[in-house]
Write a protein that binds this ligand. Structure first.
Ligand SMILES: N[C@@H](CCC(=O)N[C@@H](CS)C(=O)NCC(=O)O)C(=O)O
Length: 233
């Protein structure tokens, strides 16, 4: 992909970009586009909708027919699904810089992002994101297999950028945004990981945008019962 200078559409005066998200403590899907926008300093308004079960569908239907968050509202179009939103941000605001420059690395980054988007069901069920918590869960064989596969992804594709930070394929991209929620699940439940995977997790946890999200999650007080798993460590 040709190198193009980054020119943000958000520098235009008449923009109004709105991201509708769920509770920061729990909403893995919301974190992905939020982290992409925040990391690339694209201005947006944030609208947080409680994921509490009472009247949830009606609350979410105000923004999208899918009754799901995240939703990105740009120029009165509501774009739903975290991957579609990230692709839109990449095309419309980042001029392609949301993915690695190299075509092969870009293909692999898309492959693992798609794998995360559509897979790891056991891990999702058994280790819900719960940033404030430190918990112990006993994992099924399927969830352990998911953890091992993610460990292999981190070990294989994490590489240092010029600041010495570990990022998938060496430069921060949509792939890191998609795996950040898993890093937070690992922080809560501490499954056994290789040292290479642990190093990647720590490096992403230190990312300034993720720290901003974590701090906001820690200030939240609402409990979503469906996403509380395990016992306190
Ligand atoms: N594939 C969708 C999934 C979005 C999703 O399931 N969001 C959850 C919150 S993290 C939701 O809106 N749940 C509402 C409900 O289940 O009623 C995406 O990638 O955005």
């Amino acid at each position: 992909m040709p190198q193009v200078p980054l020119t943000w559409r958000s520098s235009l005066k008449d923009f109004s970009l709105q991201l509708v998200i769920g509770n920061k403590n729990y909403s893995t899907w919301s974190l992905r586009p939020w982290m992409l926008l925040h990391s690339f300093s694209i201005e947006f308004d944030e609208q947080l909708v409680s994921l509490n079960a009472d009247g949830l569908t009606e609350r979410l239907l105000q923004y999208s027919d899918t009754a799901r968050v995240p939703v990105l509202i740009d120029e009165q179009t509501a774009i739903f699904d975290s991957l579609a939103i990230c692709e839109y941000i990449n095309e419309h605001y980042l001029l392609g810089q949301g993915w690695p420059n190299d075509v092969m690395q870009r293909a692999l980054a898309r492959a693992i992002t798609a794998e995360m988007h559509s897979g790891f069901a056991a891990l999702r069920n058994e280790m819900p994101m719960n940033i404030r918590a430190s918990r112990v869960v006993s994992l099924s064989a399927s969830a352990l297999k998911d953890v091992q596969r993610i460990d292999a992804i981190f070990s294989r594709y994490a590489a240092k950028n010029e600041n010495g930070d570990l990022r998938l394929f060496g430069e921060f991209s949509i792939a890191d945004c998609f795996f950040a929620p898993v890093v937070l699940r690992f922080k809560t439940y501490l499954p056994e990981l290789s040292s290479a995977a642990q190093d990647y997790c720590q490096s992403i946890l230190d990312h300034a945008s993720l720290q901003t999200w974590i701090q906001a999650a820690e200030r939240e007080t609402e409990i979503i019962d469906e996403d509380e798993a395990g016992v306190d460590r």
